[in-house]
Design a protein. Structure first.
Ligand code: NAD
Length: 319
């Protein structure tokens, strides 16, 4: 049985990846320090014979007994609310954490896939973003801690590939959503759904003309799975190119949740990108992958997940 180490396993994407790899017949070692994750996300796996959990901070030395075939490095705060609160840990997990995991991959002769992000493109001057665009990041802005950690992560991964011949994969993930996101993680989908469920007005930052494109988690996991088993070492965008303005999206949520809240407008945060849309030509060609779940279906599934959260969790998510 092939063994895969998934860091960030108690988080949103890491827990879905753990489910997928177990379903495909792998033995999964999940690792997490719970800094932004939740043990609830992997509760269903804890007694599974093909799952083992290690509570550990990946910025500290990592020891794994026996053989290891694959590593998926997904540990990192991912939402602005988290990485603005814990900026140093964010820089450390992208740099020291990635270095530790590359060292582990080298020692075990394992293939490693690292989770990068569309944020490496910053506030893009090219639209939609192709993998050969170098990006427009403000290194010293508050969001720089995340963006630059991820850019460093890509550089050190390519250095291990070129210098040590390590088998590496880099996925540039664009906004992904679905069940197990945290209601209070500050990202627009849980924020809108939480507000709708609490009967509050929906907050739009700026005039709402900024665009986003949202990828359903099952599509994202499928793309990552295909990339791991491809033979391509350069970054690949995985996301859903279907773009929408935040204002239109807020209106969609109001319709979906069957509420009659209003939209209220607040000031746009610093360095918030105005446009974000993946060019997925490469993923389509290389991985024979394309997103399948449309926004209406994905939002419906996500809203059902949030709806069954207890009233207590809903109140906790106010901020
Ligand atoms: P998440 O916060 O739900 O999960 C991240 C997990 O990593 C958490 O469980 C957290 O406790 C763990 N973690 C953080 N620092 C750690 C450390 N030092 N040691 C061990 N565990 C640690 O976030 P997510 O949305 O699941 O994101 C997962 C990965 O995907 C991240 O690397 C993120 O940058 C990347 N990504 C996600 C998105 C998205 O839309 N969700 C977009 C782009 C990139």
């Amino acid at each position: 049985m092939k063994k895969v180490l998934i860091t960030g396993a108690a988080g949103f994407l890491g827990s879905h990846l753990s489910d997928r790899f177990i379903k495909e017949g792998f033995f999964v070692i999940g690792m997490d320090n719970y800094i932004t994750g939740d043990s609830k996300n992997i509760k269903h796996l804890l007694n599974h014979p093909n799952f083992m959990f290690i509570e550990h901070d990946v910025t500290e030395f990592i020891k794994i007994e026996g053989e290891l075939d694959y590593i998926l490095h997904f540990a990192s705060p991912a939402s602005p609310i988290d990485y603005l609160k814990i900026p140093i840990q964010t820089l450390k997990v992208g740099s020291l954490g990635t270095h530790n995991l590359l060292g582990l991959a080298k020692a075990k002769n394992a293939r490693i896939l690292i989770a990068s992000t569309s944020e490496v493109y910053g506030d893009p001057l090219v639209h939609p973003q192709t993998e050969d665009y170098y990006g427009n990041v403000n290194t010293i802005g508050p969001r720089g801690v995340y963006d630059e950690a991820k850019r460093f992560q890509e550089s050190i991964t390519m250095a291990y590939h070129r210098f040590h011949g390590l088998e590496t994969r880099i996925v540039r993930i664009f906004n992904t959503y679905g069940p197990r996101m945290r209601l209070n993680d500050g990202r627009v989908i849980p924020a809108f759904m939480g507000q709708a469920l609490r009967g509050e007005d929906l907050t739009v930052f700026g005039n709402g003309a900024q665009t986003r494109s949202f990828c359903y988690v099952d599509d994202q996991v499928e793309g990552i799975y295909n990339l791991l088993f491809s033979d391509y070492s350069y970054p690949v965008n995985i996301g859903n190119p279907h773009e929408i303005t935040i204002k239109d999206f807020a209106e969609e949520i109001i319709k979906l949740t069957g509420t009659n809240q209003k939209i209220i407008y607040k000031e746009l945060p610093t360095d918030d990108p105005l446009q974000r849309q993946p060019d997925i030509t490469l993923a389509k060609k290389l991985l024979n992958w394309t997103p399948k779940v449309d926004r209406a279906e994905g939002m419906e599934k996500t809203f059902s997940y949030f709806k069954q959260l207890s009233a207590e969790e809903l109140t906790k998510s106010e901020h």
